[in-house]
Design a protein around this ligand. Structure first.
Ligand SMILES: Nc1ncnc2c1ncn2[C@@H]1O[C@H](COP(=O)(O)OP(=O)(O)O)[C@@H](O)[C@H]1O
Ligand SMILES: [Mg+2]
Length: 383
C-alpha cells in the first residue's frame, strides 16, 4: 500500500510493481493520496475531541494537515472488499467535479484496510444541525438566507444531474448532507459516495433518524434510483427549510408527524402560509415561501414523471417559470406506513407496517449496488 502513496505522489522509484500499477490505473494523478499516518496526526489519533459527526458511512473528524489546511476526514466504516484501484478510480471521477454548491473532495487514503476521504472543512456544519437540529438557534436563518440555501442546493444538484459527464445521481440528499460555509453558502456533500462503497455492503447502519422520509417510494419499494428520486428527496428538503421542521417528528400529534403529508393536507385546504416557519418574521416574503412549498410538493409527487427536473426547479424557485400553471398531484408518501418506531397508535396498524417492511426487505433489490443508502436506512429502522 505504501506503493500507492509513493506512486501517486509521483516519487519515482525503481519498484517494478509501481510501474505496473501505474499503467493499470490511468489518469489518477489529480487525486491527493494521504498516508494513514498523516491523517492520524492531523486528527490527533482520531480523537473524540476532533469528531464532528457520525453518519451512515462512518465517522467524520476535523483535522489539520501539516501545511495548516483544516479538513474534514471521513473514515468509511464498511469492511471494504473493493480493490484499491477501483476505489481510486471512483475518487478520481468525484474529485474532478467542482462547483460552488458541492463540497470539494481533496483526496483519500486507501492503505489497507482503511478507506478514508478528505474534504474541505465547512465551518457551519450541516443544516440538520443548525437549522433543524440541536444547534438550532445558534445561527439566524432569515428568509434571504433560506432562499440562498434552497437555490444553491438546487444548483448543485442540477449540475450533478445535467452538466457532469457521466451524470451523477446523489442518492442520499438530506439535511445532514447539506453543509454550510462561513457565509451560509450550501454545499452538497457525499455525492458519489454510494458508488464508492462495494455492492455487498448491506450492514451499514445510520443513527440519523428520519432518513426514510427522504426516500422516493419507487426507490424504497423497487430500488429504482433515478434523477427523479433525487428530485423527490430535494423536495422534502425544501419543505424542511421553509417550515423549519424535520420531515418526521414523532413527538408531534399523529396528524402532524410527517411533514410531507401535513403540507399536502394544508395545501388542499388552500392555506399553505400556515406551515411556514413561524420564527421567520422581518424579511419573510410569504408569497415566495408558498411558491417554494409548491415546488416542494411538485418534486415529491407520486408519479416520477410528473416531478420536474432540477433545472426546471431552479426556474420555478427564481420565478422564471410560473408554478401556478402546474397541477400538483398527491405526494408519494412512504413514511406513513414505514416508520416502525412511530409510537403505537393502533396495534393492527403497526402489524401492517411491519409486514410491509419485512416484505420489502425480503423482496426488493435493496442490497443491490445502486441502493446503498436505502439499505442503510432500512437497517436502521428495522433493527
Ligand atoms: N466537510 C465537512 N465539514 C464539516 N462537517 C462535516 C463535513 N462532512 C461531514 N460533516 C459533519 O459530519 C456529519 C456526519 O457526516 P456523514 O458521515 O456524511 O453522515 P450523515 O450525512 O449521514 O450525517 C455531518 O452531518 C456533518 O455534521
Ligand atoms: Mg453525509
Amino acid at each position: 500500500m505504501t506503493c500507492f502513496s509513493c506512486m501517486f505522489r509521483r516519487k519515482r522509484t525503481s519498484c517494478q510493481h509501481h510501474d505496473q500499477l501505474n499503467e493499470d490505473i490511468p489518469g489518477i494523478e489529480g487525486v491527493n493520496i494521504y498516508t494513514y499516518k498523516e491523517l492520524k496526526i492531523a486528527t490527533d489519533d482520531f480523537s473524540a475531541a476532533n469528531k464532528v459527526g457520525e453518519g451512515g458511512f462512518g465517522s467524520v473528524y476535523r483535522g489539520m494537515l501539516k501545511d495548516g489546511t483544516v479538513v474534514a476526514i471521513k473514515v468509511l466504516s464498511s469492511e471494504s472488499k473493493q480493490g484499491v484501484g477501483e476505489f481510486l478510480t471512483e475518487i478520481k471521477v468525484i474529485s474532478g467535479i467542482i462547483h460552488e454548491n458541492l463540497v470539494k473532495l481533496y483526496g483519500c487514503c486507501a492503505e489497507e484496510p482503511h478507506r478514508i476521504l478528505v474534504y474541505n472543512y465547512l465551518e457551519n456544519n450541516s443544516i440538520s444541525q443548525t437549522l433543524l437540529g440541536s444547534n438550532r438557534g445558534n445561527i439566524q436563518f432569515n428568509w434571504r438566507a433560506r432562499v440562498k440555501i434552497c437555490i444553491g442546493v438546487a444548483r448543485g444538484l442540477a449540475f450533478l444531474h445535467e452538466e457532469v459527464h457521466p451524470h451523477v445521481l446523489h442518492r442520499d440528499i438530506k439535511a445532514s448532507n447539506i453543509l454550510l460555509d462561513k457565509d451560509l453558502t450550501p454545499k452538497i456533500s457525499d455525492f458519489g459516495l454510494a458508488k464508492l462503497l462495494p455492492s455487498n455492503v448491506t450492514h451499514v447502519s445510520t443513527r440519523v433518524a428520519g432518513t426514510l422520509g427522504y426516500l422516493a417510494p419507487e426507490y424504497a419499494t423497487r430500488g429504482q434510483v433515478t434523477k427523479k428520486s433525487d428530485v423527490y428527496s430535494y423536495g422534502v428538503l425544501l419543505l424542511e427549510i421553509v417550515t423549519g421542521r424535520c420531515n418526521t417528528n414523532t413527538r408531534l400529534p399523529f396528524e402532524d408527524r410527517f411533514l410531507l403529508e401535513r403540507t399536502w393536507a394544508i395545501y388542499e385546504h388552500g392555506d399553505l402560509k400556515h406551515i411556514i416557519d413561524s420564527s421567520l418574521t422581518d424579511d419573510l416574503d410569504a408569497e415566495e415561501a408558498c411558491r417554494f412549498l409548491k415546488v416542494g410538493l411538485l418534486c415529491t409527487q407520486d408519479a416520477m414523471k410528473l416531478r420536474p427536473s432540477m433545472s426546471t426547479v431552479i426556474m420555478m424557485l427564481t420565478g422564471e417559470k410560473d408554478v401556478d400553471l402546474e397541477k400538483i398531484t398527491k405526494p408519494g408518501i412512504i413514511s406513513n406506513f414505514m416508520d416502525l418506531k412511530v409510537g403505537s397508535k393502533k396495534k393492527a396498524d403497526q402489524t401492517n407496517r411491519s409486514l410491509i417492511i419485512s416484505s420489502i426487505l425480503e423482496n426488493s433489490p435493496l442490497s443491490s449496488e445502486n441502493t446503498t443508502s436505502a439499505s442503510m436506512t432500512f437497517t436502521a429502522i428495522s433493527e
